[in-house]
Design a protein. Structure first.
Lengths: 963, 210
């Protein structure tokens, strides 16, 4: 971008001189003297100049009247209508397929009639020829009238304006033609005014929306809209933007062609602003000069914040001016490359509209842990090696469908689908293994989180520091949650399992799912005990036989525990040293991995069986004991390599009932199928997860200068029959609302195999972890309403899914940063709060009579519902004690973790509005205690750096408040 | 009218010398009140945006402007009174009330141009400038009328202003309520004028006020 013609320093001096002139005594006399001198020299010219200034002031004074009169209803009996929808399509559009985009052209301040200036119309004709017919271009709006009335029609001055317009069209340099510009400039000032702007811009948005609808824009379709504003049309476009976005609920981008606009318009709400600027354009440069909010030191203005967040691209158009001659739309003015200025403008706009805008170069990057971990060949995806059958008996497939997500090339994108290279498939689809199918995630509720991605400068800077941002998605439009999952890392190395149901279509070419794919590790599972090292990374092992309820040595079972790669701080994610001596080895390990192709099995991930059993080491009942366990004992026990579990309830639990046979369906092969009181097979549980820090000799950098904050996440677990163990077990998938990080951890659903047990990417080997599984049927169970069943847990899951999708793309900026108001704990619990509110509203909208009838028909459900409403009140009080401070939670608004620099005080205040969610451990204690008080029972699973010995590190408990 | 013209010229030329001369030829107290009322009318026009947002009908709009001008005049007198009291009680200056009214009237002359506050984009900074101008003129006027130092006049002005606002929020509540009722009566609707609620009205759209 070229510097403005007056530098900030010069501007400051100018201001100081002007202030000095006003304040210094005798200025009045000096001015008088100056005026007299000028009058003697220039006489009539000076008077004419002053008269012109007076006329400008008068025109400015009356300029807001049209919009104000419209608002106040002074325009007759139908004061609130903006008139008949106007405008027309610049070229016919496709009738046989849906339109992909609408472009609305808003002409410059020279427009007097319903048509743009001749060069504007010429530009639109050329542009239409360059675009496919599924992009509609809407023209012919009058951007300088809130009622869309051209100057040349309607009012008593119409005849005068027609005469001026004719004169000006005959000779563009006619002085009277400037009157049209002058009149329309006053309207630009109205649009930019903080008082009149909201009125005028709302009216203009209505004009645009009405016109779009009249020309076939399907409401609620989310089809993106581009506002293309020339000169003053740039201000009108940006002014109308937030209102139009609200009424259409669609993504809107703005292309400004030499636009003159203020810095107080809500540019942040635009998907993106492209500002095409000629190097010889003096008019567009008035904007940064005249509008103080565009001055650089106004760091919190919308303009400057949008620039910092990468929402603005300023593109030089070379030696081009503003209007004719030599302007952006001059077809006769040739550039050094042989194109006309008009051709260049059409090229640039078409490239933006066709997604062919050249992406900004990416920064030099410091290596991330992803780059380092790539060196571990055993954690590379290799369908040929990984999909081979396990080398010994005692294994089972990890899931039905497993595969690698492949991000399509930009030109091959297809409605948000991604590629899915099949690593494992159930019968009868085994033949699809090693093929790449199309994967479609069908969930219309996620439309709201489909966003354009343009990396902000902060995201670029952060990527340069070694954090992993979705660089491959930069400048992509309408990025689907599935694309963001596939494209979050530099390479296609995301292995997922597909949650059921999976619909196989087009003879296996297309797979359709209804829920988010779960990031996972390995293809096969086994329950093993490590016996002894055999040299290198090979181990002999015993496999569990459920029928005998004992481990049995198998001669052909050889496991590999390869040494992982250390992270950037030199900390090994896992070791195998002395794993056979670990206290957890007696009960065995659930291992997940792939065959090594040479008769052994590579353990890519492992989790102690202790952490997946439903046999608690302790049963804790009563308020005091439960409180003590939750607040103190849980994190006091920090011996590395240990794990324990506890069942907690505030109500007394009969010890006998714990050992009683499970009341749920019997497990065919179970030797001793026991479940805690009331817990049933198939039951779902809410998981509250917290991890702590890495201390000891290799203390992690995050703890060098402060306490350990830790991390918070929710998850959903299910009580399943584990055939490998022949007993009920926990199957768990986290919902990670995780900010961008150097480890390449992608916000989304994670199997414990990936997030926790993975020996290269997981945390089990290095951190203390607490997973608290909450069983509370009013929340975790289902309600049958009519023919369908609804579960509050599903509603919550949906909210989390949307939040995770937003985190992956940083709401379009490519980066999510952690702050007091937005972090893992705050945003996970915003999702919980949103789910609770949605449920509350759904119930409030029920017909009371129908609700009563429903309650009487099923008293058990009704009792559960009452308990749920009690929980809802408690949670609302706990999560949001100062509701007024968190309007974003109240509205469930899209205000994700931007940088702290964005309104730091506001960020802190918002964080305090839900202060119990500021610290992960405090958040978990609050939520768990609220559930326990409501009558829930909880199974606590705690572990400390499980796996091999790792004396260089020690577990560090996360901090909390003694409340 | 010559008096008013002189007054305006003196105020706008911003010459302390002229200002002192003016005190000797200054028009009477009644004219100072007139200046205040006219300034109120001008300010009403400058801030007429509030009436539009409240969707006041045209005839009511004119009536509202007149009522606002009258109320502004009353406020002006209250401020003069509280400043006079502050001068007497806090600074022990036995200055006639009429002198304070004249000084304040003089200070309000720039507000005659407050109608230009309606100018888009330029209006808001213009109104801020006029407020500062008025404050400086009042200090100058009070210095001339009372013989106080500039700082003394400033504190006197500030104390009077604070006292007036304290009164408005305490014993003056019924009077304020009467003023609001008068405004609402003139406008034909309950006038919303505080920033947050105006924003709400704007967000609700033109139909929101129906």
């Amino acid at each position: 971008m070229r510097r403005p013609s007056i530098s900030p320093r010069q501007r400051l001096w100018l201001l100081l001189v002007l202030v000095g002139l006003v304040l210094v005594p005798g200025t009045g006399a000096l001015l008088h003297l100056a005026y007299a001198g000028l009058r003697r020299s220039f006489g009539l010219a000076l008077d004419l100049g002053l008269i012109a200034l007076l006329l400008v002031l008068i025109a400015l004074f009356f300029a807001p009247l049209e919009a104000l009169g419209w608002w106040a209803g002074w325009e007759g009996d139908q004061p609130l209508e903006t008139g008949t929808p106007a405008g027309s399509l610049a070229a016919p559009v496709a009738r046989d397929r849906p339109l992909s985009r609408f472009v609305v052209y808003l002409d410059g301040i020279g427009q007097a009639s319903g048509d743009a200036l001749p060069e504007g119309e010429d530009f639109l004709r050329r542009l239409a020829l360059r675009l496919p017919d599924d992009i509609a271009i809407l023209r012919g709006l009058m951007p300088y009238s809130v009622r869309n009335v051209p100057l040349t029609e309607g009012s008593w001055l119409a005849g005068f304006w027609r005469w001026v317009d004719r004169l000006r069209l005959r000779d563009p340099r006619a002085l009277l033609g400037a009157l049209i510009n002058l009149r329309n400039v006053t309207v630009v000032a109205v649009s930019a005014d903080q008082r009149y702007g909201p009125i005028y811009n709302q009216g203009m948005a209505q004009v645009i929306a009405d016109s779009l609808l009249a020309h076939g824009y399907p409401l609620e379709s989310g089809i993106p809209v581009t506002l293309l504003g020339f000169s003053g049309g740039g201000q009108i476009a940006l002014g109308a933007l937030p209102h139009l976005r609200r009424s259409l609920r669609a993504p809107i981008e703005v292309i400004s062609l030499g636009g003159v606009f203020a810095g107080n318009t809500h540019i942040l709400e635009a998907e993106h602003l492209y500002h095409l600027l000629g190097d010889r354009d003096p008019v567009a440069r008035l904007g940064p000069l005249l509008f103080p909010r565009r001055w650089r030191w106004q760091v919190l203005s919308y303009w400057n914040r949008a620039r910092r967040r990468g929402k603005v691209t300023i593109r030089s158009m070379g030696p081009v001016g503003h209007a004719l001659p030599g302007g952006l739309m001059d077809a006769a003015f040739l550039l050094p490359d042989g194109r006309s200025a008009m051709d260049q403008t059409v090229d640039q706009v078409a490239a933006i509209l066709l997604d062919r805008d050249p992406a900004t170069a990416l920064p030099e990057q410091a290596p991330s842990n992803v780059d380092r971990f790539r060196a571990n060949g055993w954690h590379h995806l290799d369908v040929g090696r990984d999909s081979a059958p396990p080398p010994a008996p005692g294994f089972r497939p990890l899931a039905g469908w497993i595969g690698r997500l492949r991000l399509p090339e930009p030109e091959q994108r297809d409605g948000g689908r991604v590629g899915f290279e099949v690593f494992a498939a159930p019968e009868p689809w085994r033949h699809l293994v090693s093929r790449t199918c199309q994967l479609e995630w069908q969930d219309p509720r996620l439309g709201a989180v489909v966003q354009d991605v343009n990396l902000s400068p902060e995201a670029r800077w952060s990527a340069g520091q070694g954090l992993v941002h979705p660089l491959r998605l930069d400048h992509w439009r309408r990025v689907s949650p599935l694309e963001s999952l596939a494209g979050s890392r530099p390479d296609d190395d995301v292995l997922v399992r597909l949650p059921e149901p999976v619909e196989v279509l087009e003879d296996g070419r297309l797979l359709r799912i209804e829920a988010e794919p779960v990031q996972t590790t390995g293809l096969a599972l086994a329950l093993v005990q490590f016996r002894q090292p055999l040299g290198g990374d090979l181990w002999s092992a015993a496999s569990y036989e459920p029928q005998r309820a004992a481990f049995r040595d198998l001669a052909d079972l050889r496991l590999r525990l390869p040494m992982p790669i250390a992270n950037g701080e030199g900390i090994l994610p896992a070791t195998a040293e002395g794993i056979e001596r670990s206290a957890l080895n007696a009960e065995g390990w659930l291992v997940s991995g792939v065959p090594d192709g040479a008769g052994a099995f590579v353990v890519q991930s492992l989790v102690p069986r202790r952490l997946r059993r439903l046999l608690p080491d302790r049963v804790v009942t009563g308020r005091q004991a439960a409180r003590r366990l939750l607040k103190r004992e849980l994190w006091d026990a920090l011996e590395p390599g240990t794990a324990f579990s506890a069942l907690v309830s505030l109500q007394p639990l009969a010890a006998a009932s714990l050992a009683a046979p499970a009341p749920g369906p019997a497990l065919a092969s179970a030797a001793t199928p026991t479940l805690p009181s009331g817990w049933q097979l198939g039951e779902r549980l809410l998981v509250v997860h917290v991890f702590g820090g890495i201390g000891g000799e290799q203390r992690e950098q995050a703890l060098q200068h402060g306490p350990c904050v830790g991390h918070f996440a929710y998850g959903i677990a299910e009580v399943v029959a584990e055939p490998l163990a022949g007993e009920p077990a926990i199957q768990l998938a986290y919902r990670q609302v995780y900010a961008h990080n150097p480890d390449g951890l992608i916000a989304g659903r994670h199997d414990d195999w990936r997030y926790l047990g993975d020996r290269q990417w997981g945390w089990l080997g290095t951190r203390p972890v607490a997973d608290i599984l909450l069983r509370y049927p009013p929340f975790t169970g289902s309600y049958r309403i009519g023919d369908h069943s609804r579960s509050p847990l599903d509603g919550f899951d949906h909210q989390l899914t949307a939040m995770m999708a937003r985190y992956r793309v940083g709401d379009g900026t490519g980066a999510t940063f952690v702050g007091p108001a937005n972090n893992c704990a705050q945003d996970s619990n915003q999702a919980l709060f949103a789910a609770i509110r949605a449920l509350q509203q759904e119930i409030a909208h029920q017909d009371p009579a129908a609700l009563r009838a429903w309650e009487q028909a099923d008293r058990e459900q009704a009792e559960r519902l009452r308990a749920l409403l009690r929980l809802e009140r408690r949670l609302r009080h706990q999560l949001l004690p100062f509701a007024g401070l968190r309007p974003d939670w109240q509205r469930n608004a899209a205000v994700l973790g931007s940088s702290l620099e964005d309104r730091p005080l506001d960020n802190l205040l918002r964080g305090l509005g839900s202060w119990r969610m500021l610290l992960p451990r405090l958040a978990s204690e609050t939520v768990v205690w609220t559930f326990l008080e409501a009558g829930a029972s909880a199974l606590i699973l705690r572990s400390n750096q499980c796996g091999g010995e790792h004396p260089q590190i020690e577990p560090v408990a996360p901090i909390t408040l003694p409340l | 009218m010559t008096g008013i013209a002189q007054l305006i010229h003196a105020a706008f030329s911003f010459q302390p010398g002229d200002f002192q001369r003016l005190e000797t030829v200054a028009p009477g107290t009644a004219m100072a009140v007139w200046v205040a009322v006219l300034a109120g009318l001008s300010q009403g026009v400058g801030e007429a945006f509030v009436l539009f947002v409240n969707r006041v009908r045209p005839q009511r709009f004119v009536l509202s402007l007149l009522v606002e001008a009258l109320l502004f005049g009353c406020g002006f007198l209250a401020w003069a009174l509280s400043t006079w009291l502050a001068a007497r009680l806090l600074f022990g200056v036995a200055v006639p009330l009429a002198a304070v009214v004249r000084a304040l009237g003089l200070a309000h002359t720039p507000q005659l141009l407050a109608f230009l506050g309606a100018l888009p984009y330029l209006g808001v900074p213009w109104l801020t400038l006029l407020s500062l101008w008025t404050a400086v003129l009042f200090v100058l006027g009070l210095v001339t009328a009372t013989g106080l130092s500039a700082w003394g006049a400033f504190w006197c002005l500030l104390s009077g202003w604070l006292a007036m606002h304290a009164l408005q929020r305490s014993a003056g509540q019924p009077v304020m309520a009467l003023g609001r009722r008068l405004q609402d009566w003139a406008a034909g609707v309950t006038i919303v004028s505080d920033g947050a609620r105006l924003q709400e009205l704007l967000r609700a759209g033109p139909r929101g006020r129906r």
